[in-house]
Design a protein around this ligand. Structure first.
Ligand code: NAD
Ligand code: MG
Length: 392
């Protein structure tokens, strides 16, 4: 069964890994979805291809240079090219949009995620940093506007699927957040300082953007996801057990008071959670390969190593302290990951930069989005200073 008229979808971060997968699912269901707006930041060639293929009403680019480049690549088209961060929020809140996929990476996605939430959209949230930076404000905006927030991060999508449909906390003992452990799961501590960006982004199971791949390697991703889970499902860190599951077949689980554990399984393919969010409450095809239950299927489990991967511990400390500390950690981490990818830092420096930035800035009570954006800005400056001091 298809809806009476196609849902009008806006994909922010269309040129990235989640964005491309989203367009792939949308293309499979022309009767259900109409792509009306997309955005891209750097890869303007890909944005031009997507514009030609889908002919959305709006395309958002970061600046005039990107607009000229896109215009040259496209020639005469009916698509309106909009420029700048304010335009991202504008299309996300447009009355001509029903569904917003928030797939921008980093805190750069916050204002547009918030705009979609305030405008009461169905918000498909891949941009976990929005919740890490401003979880309280974003969840409140969703509640006040009647927006529908569906998690796209595979673990949170799995938890959403495993929770009771009604009375979502009833009988729940804990949430089991699975972690692949990343490419350095078995790398001895002494070798971690010398691993390269190329090794860090080579994730064993998932093909993702560079930033989240480094986060997966450092377990910062699991730390950010712990914070994300607390906001999404109204949990405390004590309600969440992080479990290493290197095969990435179980995407997360819910443990119930009666001893039952409900898991969501599937091949590691982001099109599954994306299709779940797009089709909800119906199930639609995603293009992902069916999971084969044969002797090659192995499901193994372990505990995370917070000694070798201190970023997980930093996230636990940040959410426990609350206030603006998760915002500080997220900003420091965006700066340190960029420096690592640029070969200006070693892998084990990531946690040191993040921790020192947290120590220097401490936490404050959250008052407004403007304050959080200011804290984000300040934490980036402090992290940059810490990196300079370390390499002096
Ligand atoms: P990516 O780097 O592949 O793509 C990021 C997108 O954001 C691109 O379209 C890029 O042009 C845009 N972008 C980058 N900087 C921007 C800025 N300053 N302003 C506006 N747009 C900007 O990233 P990704 O792997 O697709 O991840 C996107 C988000 O989804 C992240 O928050 C990530 O944590 C989350 N996520 C990704 C995956 C995955 O499989 N890739 C899984 C779960 C969650
Ligand atoms: Mg995830």
């Amino acid at each position: 069964m298809s809806p009476a008229r196609p849902q009008r979808v806006c994909v922010l971060g269309a040129t990235g890994s989640v964005g491309v997968n989203t367009l792939d699912v949308i293309e499979r269901h022309p009767d259900r979805f109409e792509l009306v707006a997309i955005s891209g930041h750097r890869n303007i060639e890909r944005l031009a291809q997507q514009t030609r293929a889908f002919q959305p009403r709006w395309v958002v680019v970061p600046d005039d240079e990107a607009r000229h480049q896109l215009q040259d690549l496209l020639g005469p088209v009916t698509t309106d090219i909009l420029v700048g961060e304010a335009a991202l929020a504008e299309v996300a809140a447009s009355p001509d949009v029903d569904v917003v996929m928030a797939a921008i990476v980093g805190s750069a996605g916050l204002t547009s995620s918030l705009a979609a939430a305030r405008a009461g959209k169905r918000l498909l949230l891949a941009n976990k940093e929005s919740l890490v930076v401003a979880g309280d404000l974003l969840m409140r905006a969703v509640a006040e506007s009647g927006a529908q927030l569906l998690p796209i991060d595979s673990e949170h999508n799995a938890i959403f699927q495993c929770l009771p449909a009604e009375h979502r906390r009833q009988g729940v003992a804990s949430v089991l957040l699975t972690a692949s452990g990343g490419p350095f799961l078995h790398t001895p501590a002494a070798q971690l300082a010398r691993v390269t960006p190329a090794q860090a982004v080579a994730h064993p199971n998932w093909s993702m953007g560079a930033k989240i791949s480094v986060d997966s390697a450092s377990l910062m991703n699991k730390g950010l996801e712990l914070i994300e889970a607390c906001w999404l499902f109204g949990l405390t860190p004590a309600d969440v057990e992080v479990v290493v599951h290197p095969e990435s077949i179980i995407h997360s689980m819910v443990r119930y008071l009666d001893g039952s554990v409900i898991a969501q399984l599937g091949t590691p393919d982001m099109r599954t959670p994306i299709a779940y969010g797009l089709g909800y409450p119906e199930r639609i095809t995603s293009g992902s390969a069916p999971l084969a239950f044969d002797p090659t299927l192995k499901l193994t489990f372990d505990q995370p190593d917070r000694q070798r991967f201190p970023c997980l511990r930093l996230a636990e400390e940040a959410i426990a302290a609350g206030g603006t500390l998760p915002t500080v950690l997220n900003a420091a981490n965006e700066v340190s990951v960029a420096a690592f990818l640029d070969e200006r830092l070693g892998f084990t420096d990531l946690a040191r930069i993040n921790e020192q930035t947290m120590d220097r800035l401490g936490t404050m009570a959250v008052s407004s989005v403007e304050q959080l954006l200011e804290v984000d800005h300040r934490a980036r400056q402090v992290a940059t200073t810490v990196i300079k001091e370390m390499s002096a």
